[in-house]
Ligand binder design. Structure first.
Ligand SMILES: C[S@@+](CC[C@H](N)C(=O)[O-])C[C@H]1O[C@@H](n2cnc3c(N)ncnc32)[C@H](O)[C@@H]1O
Length: 264
């Protein structure tokens, strides 16, 4: 991984300039994916969770063809998916984008039983694994979606979500890939629209350039206020467990940065 890292200019002026260049071509953003589907081994439990109807309650768009990006076009309301659960549909709702293998999301759902959580991923072994474990744990406040978070957000109603969390998103380190970063003014405008007023966008990254980039994008959006004050990172909150990618980064000696914004 280290091999393809560039050493970018992390001065705030240079980062601002890169963001401004992006914003000149907003029409491109609908076509550009923020992910690259990885092919990795899928174990038997993951495959079972993706294919057996026993797990259908855990994967909102369960039953799609393996190997294909999940279809989210019919998902227009996440709250309704919890109507038959003990929390019901009006409990505070968190959407996690790109939960990877799911360990930190499972832990958060266990630690906050009064909230409902939905995780969306494109990585099938992770979706299957997380759904298998959620079923084993008997969690009723956590569900998963297989698919592209941007396509999902486009279909959801305004003011639908209480929290959107994005932990260690793909950093897209090369300049020519910056447009793939999840945090861009255009994609964050969509996130802001789907958040309720007072709702929280929380992100973390271990790539310094992306951390400063997130601050610049979000500090300039009138829809958001920085919970820690303009220009400041947020100390890592206790409720955010370490993620798999974060642990890997720490093994390489990297730090991590959290940003937290409230929709105004
Ligand atoms: C670097 S990994 C981090 C995974 C996990 N959050 C962690 O910290 O261990 C980023 C994840 O985001 C997912 N992802 C990127 N863009 C996405 C999108 N538009 N919709 C759903 N998942 C996405 C990727 O598939 C990948 O698994």
């Amino acid at each position: 991984m280290g091999g393809d890292r560039q050493t970018p200019d992390v001065s705030r002026a240079a980062i601002k300039d890169d963001i401004d260049k992006l914003s000149k071509t907003p029409e491109q953003f609908r076509q550009i994916q923020t992910f690259m589907k990885r092919r990795t081994h899928m174990n038997a439990n993951s495959e079972l969770a993706l294919t057996s109807s026993e797990f259908a309650a855990y994967i909102i768009n369960h039953g799609g063809e393996l190997g294909k990006l999940g279809d989210v076009s019919q998902i227009r309301d996440l709250r309704q998916c919890f109507a038959d659960t003990p929390n019901g549909s009006s409990a505070p709702l968190t959407l996690e984008i790109g939960f990877g293998m799911g360990d930190s999301l499972l832990e958060m759902a266990q630690n906050a039983p009064e909230r409902n959580f939905v995780g969306i991923e494109v990585h099938e072994p992770g979706i299957g694994r997380a759904a298998f474990l959620a079923h084993e744990l008997g969690l009723t406040n956590l569900k998963f979606i297989n698919g592209d978070a941007i396509a999902l957000l486009e279909n959801l109603p305004a003011n639908h979500l209480d929290t959107v969390q994005l932990y260690f998103p793909d950093p897209w380190q090369k300049k020519r890939h910056y447009k793939r970063r999840f945090v861009t003014p255009e994609r964050m405008a969509l996130v802001a629209e789907r958040l309720a007023v007072g709702g929280i966008f929380h992100a973390a990254t271990d790539w310094e350039h992306y951390a400063l980039w997130m601050l610049d994008v979000l500090d300039h959006m009138p829809q958001f206020e920085n919970v820690s004050g303009q220009g400041n990172f947020t100390p890592r909150p206790d409720f955010r467990p370490q993620t798999k990618f974060e642990k890997r980064g720490m093994d390489y000696g990297r730090s991590s940065w959290d940003v937290m914004y409230r929709k105004v």
